[in-house]
Design a protein around this ligand. Sequence first.
Ligand code: SF4
Length: 410
Amino acid sequence: MDLLDVLVEKGLRREPPTREEALAVLATSDDDLLDVVAAAGRVRRQWFGRRVKLNYLVNLKSGLCPEDCSYCSQRLGSKAGILKYTWLKPEEAAEAAAAGVAGGAKRVCLVASGRGPTDRDIDRVSRTIEAVKDQNEGVEVCACLGLLSDGQAERLREAGADAYNHNLNTSESTYGEITTTHTYADRVDTVEKAHGAGLSACSGLIAGMGESDEDLVDVVFALRALDPDSVPVNFLIPFEGTPLAEEWNLTPQRALRILAMVRFVCPDVEVRLAGGREVHLRTLQPLALHLANSIFLGDYLTSEGQAGKADLEMIADAGFEVEGTDTPTLPRHRAEGAGVCGSVRDGEAAGCGEDAAGCGHGPAGCGGHSGAGPAEEPVGQDAPAAAASPRTDLVAVRRRGAGTDLAPNA
Ligand code: SF4
């Protein structure tokens, strides 16, 4: 049986591919791209139909971070000309969130720059969560505030937060090359704290930072082992004024292969097309909807996305529909807490229905010949991908919405 058939069968059973199969997806040639998208699209439709969940970012506090994450325009020493402001008032955040909800977003992501919140910050964000929920009935709220200390996740949960985001971003072995002021283990710890407090864990990655295929596969399998409900896949936005400004490594085809690999490894998880989609997928964005079941609407934390209206038109034109607030995002087995079927624990696959064992600040704010070929052989390596070319013209610093007097993009 060829690679893609194997991966579809496993995805429909919620079983992970092997590491070699995941690497083989990344090694497929551009000739096989549509077969890869079609195969991963079958898995996506099995668990999420044609629904697209819209999420809306509100940057509560922008820039001036003491941490040194190389990819981040808000980092220590960043020369990027981004908006810099301190905490939005709860009513300002609620107003910004309302624009996203009016545009169709069912989740609002409240993000603040910094290593992690103080207890006073948790008080402040708790009031903000209350204000957002009061003004926007039925909205889901995800907080993204950096590394959490003991008890803070529980306090956010009590305040009404539904989810907490903290990305792993890249593999454990390369993490130290990206950030020196905190560790990969710190990030894992915060995701576990969120999980432990009963928050829906959201944790993802950033592709395009110069990592290898092995790094990408490592981080996606590490995410699977943490059993998040949602996995944002960011594509690096190489901001001028940051250490990774020259890292233009992604083609639209490569970005699609990464998304397909994530879908095969995390078949029944909300895979979110996150920061950098306009910059790297460009006119191929609609194909990514066959892989991801969730996107951010409008702008990102420090950069501008395409117009919210264009997002909605793209979804409709591609034959998808915006997910309503009365429709659960996750398949029933996950919503009921069954976790990932076949999660890899201690190197072994767990059975169906068993419990599975960045800050997310960053860009937002991862076949065979014609599907043929044995699963164990990487394929398509005779056709190397075209080199990526810088598209600095597509990187626009956010100048509207939260922290400004201008209307938000939603
Ligand atoms: S990713 Fe978060 S912790 Fe890292 S520099 Fe940016 S705002 Fe600070």
